[in-house]
Design a binder for this molecule. Structure first.
Ligand SMILES: Cc1cc2nc3c(=O)[nH]c(=O)nc-3n(C[C@H](O)[C@H](O)[C@H](O)COP(=O)(O)OP(=O)(O)OC[C@H]3O[C@@H](n4cnc5c(N)ncnc54)[C@H](O)[C@@H]3O)c2cc1C
Length: 389
């Protein structure tokens, strides 16, 4: 049997693609290695832009997500500062008549809401199916699977289009990815203050790298970039020593933290496919671009990949789904947005350690979330916040 679209990976990006396609007359099958009811990732705080919210609204998961206590936290203000006192700036939602600049969402809660929506949709969802390789071709893509993790390889699944959202791109090794190792790690943790947060996110640029505090539920999610040996040292500290070190590093802006939990690190690399679509296959989400978390761009880009791919597929006659012309339309449509997000994030990382006054720096999170600001005010706000360049 030849499916119209087979999606490899039902993480947030693959699931969003599946739900966006569910509205059309397309035969969609989704494969994920994780068992039903499980999430593939440890929990993490995802920073969502207003545009990403609109996508989640359109696929019908936003209301369910908002109804889960603590699953979604509005960011009402962003406080950006630079260690050494070179500068400080703020972006506030109410100054633009907006309810929020963006949102912090729990990965697990988002995945649960997407899984539930997929369960209600017409899409065929197969859990516990690990894809071993996706092979492109001129007429169809072949998706090789190992069912339930068993050794025996079962017959491949064929599709006009294989959309690979496996979070790594490993399933489509023939789509080349560039890799840059920042030789830094991100230390993430949950933090709580004595006083509740008021929706303010903090981003601080230090000579060691950027740090972010994202308001989440009743506390904060911390992202602290550091050299690997320094991060190891921070992991080894007991909680009170860690909090004291954090207070020294972050300064007084964010208030005093009283509790920390779930300290973990992960290596910081940039990987991206210059051409994400080839031979009836498309890589999207983290499979197409894995970015440094400083600007919160990666996940938002991934959701836009999913939305745009669904739009292109739904506009294409069934017999032409996945053909070269369709893949070119998709790649062309995504190029400017993807490359801008990749270049912006990488450029931001490259200026770490420079003692440039803050006014000359691009401000990561704030720029990502600026799409909340109505277009008419955006240029003015951008100029106010970032200077005219
Ligand atoms: C360690 C780490 C920490 C991060 N922290 C943050 C953060 O703090 N804030 C932030 O905004 N972003 C963060 N990110 C990025 C964010 O997690 C990604 O942008 C987001 O998860 C991308 O979604 P995705 O659907 O593309 O991939 P994923 O979320 O990785 O989902 C991939 C899905 O594919 C499935 N899968 C994988 N391989 C196969 C296979 N062979 N066969 C079948 N199924 C398969 C998995 O089970 C999973 O469900 C982090 C990323 C990493 C790696």
């Amino acid at each position: 049997m030849l499916h119209d679209v087979v999606i490899v990976g039902a993480g947030p990006v693959g699931s969003t693609l599946a739900l966006s396609l569910a509205a059309g007359d397309v035969d969609v099958t989704v494969l994920d290695a994780r068992p039903a009811g499980h999430t593939a990732r440890s929990d993490r705080s995802l920073a969502l832009s207003h545009g990403a919210r609109l996508i989640l609204e359109r696929v019908g998961v936003w209301d369910a997500l908002s109804a889960v206590p603590g699953a979604m936290t509005p960011i009402t203000r962003i406080d950006i500062s630079q260690a050494g006192g070179f500068g400080q700036t703020q972006l506030a939602a109410d100054e633009h008549g907006l309810p929020a600049l963006g949102y912090v969402v729990s990965y697990r809660a988002l995945q649960a809401a997407l899984d539930a929506a997929l369960g209600r949709s017409r899409v065929t969802m197969r859990h516990g199916v690990a894809v071993t390789a996706v092979r492109g071709g001129s007429g169809q893509a072949a998706i090789e699977v190992a069912d339930d993790g068993a050794e025996a390889i079962v017959a491949p699944i064929f599709a006009r289009l294989a959309a690979v959202a496996d979070g790594t791109g490993d399933a489509v090794a023939f789509i080349a990815r560039h890799r840059h190792d920042y030789r830094q790690v991100a230390l993430v943790a949950k933090l709580w203050r004595a006083a509740p947060h008021d929706g303010t996110a903090f981003e601080r640029f230090t000579p060691d790298g950027p740090m972010a505090l994202l308001p989440e539920h009743d506390g904060y999610g911390l992202v602290w970039t550091a050299a690997p040996d320094r991060a190891e040292e921070l992991l080894a500290l007991d909680d009170s020593e860690f909090l004291a070190r954090l207070a020294r590093h972050f300064g007084a802006r964010s208030g005093r933290f009283t509790r920390v939990a779930d300290r973990r690190t992960f290596p910081l690399v940039m990987e991206y496919a210059r051409e994400p679509a080839r031979a009836r296959c498309v890589a999207l989400g983290n499979a197409a671009q894995t970015l440094h978390p400083v600007a919160g761009q990666g996940f938002n880009l991934g959701l836009r990949d999913a939305w745009e791919l669904a739009r292109v597929v739904l506009e294409t006659p069934r017999e032409q789904i996945g053909d070269d012309a369709m893949l070119r339309r998709y790649s062309r449509g995504r190029r400017a947005d993807r490359m801008a997000g990749i270049a912006f994030t990488h450029g931001l990382v490259r200026v770490f350690g420079n003692d440039l006054p803050l006014v000359r720096w691009p401000r990561g999170l704030a720029l990502t979330l600026l799409d909340a600001v109505p277009a008419a005010k955006r240029a003015f706000t951008r100029a106010m916040l970032f200077g005219v360049r």
